[in-house]
Design a protein around this ligand. Sequence first.
Ligand SMILES: [Zn+2]
Length: 284
Amino acid sequence: MPIVPTKEILDRAFAERYGVAAINVVNDLTMEAVLAAAEELRAPVIVQTSVKHVKMTGVDAMYAMWSAYAGRVSVPVALHLDHCPEREVISACLAKGWNSVLFDASKLSVEENKRQCVEVVAEARRYGAHVEGEIEGFKRTEEMTGNEVAEEQSLETVIDFIRSTGVDVFAPAIGNAHGMYKTTPHLDSQRVSDIVEATGIPVALHGGTGMTPEQFSDLIARGCAKVNISTALKIAFMQSGYDFMTEHAGDYDPPKIFTAQRAAVMEMAKHHIRLFGSEGKAWT
Ligand SMILES: [Zn+2]
């Protein structure tokens, strides 16, 4: 089974300056489709789960599903818990076998975030797992006014946070947001270079859905080794289901709609893997 540490996947991508797609899945079908896309393109991939989805499915059931599907592929894959402010969910996932977690304490003060993040890193290390850090909360695209100041914390604060916590990857605010952008976002890409230069760790790019290919290649070249994709999967999954039912009104045979949805999710995943340059980068 080619489940590998998240850090191994990211360090290779960071060194060679390609991006690894870190795709949020919402159920068994989307998890399997993302893994199948990575296998087809011989690409490493990170499968991400949200706190909501973990709670809905249950840690044991979700991990059983992950083990079974990851066991079918031969490319390097890792399981990551996205934006989690709840320490007990982090502990449960790490104990079960998740390869990495994003401790999201962006609502706490930087000091308290740092204090707790040190504990999360120590906890993760006991399982050979890794931690993504964040100190600036990401907005939703619908909350954006177009006059965003990307930088919420100073570069010094960010660097101090990374050094004192020992996080393996950091998610900075650079004018990005979750959801679907109304217009191409204005990104502070220099901030990625500054963080990478000062700390030597890879950066995680959030709010990737809707960025241009040029923005992706620029940010990846600067050190965004982990590129999160969530909204694009939701759109591919839901829209393909809607389209199928519109074209096949009255056809209530579930496997047919599932087949259409799997194909759409695979296509979306392959598109991003190619765009980020990780096609053919599998080493296992
Ligand atoms: Zn995010």
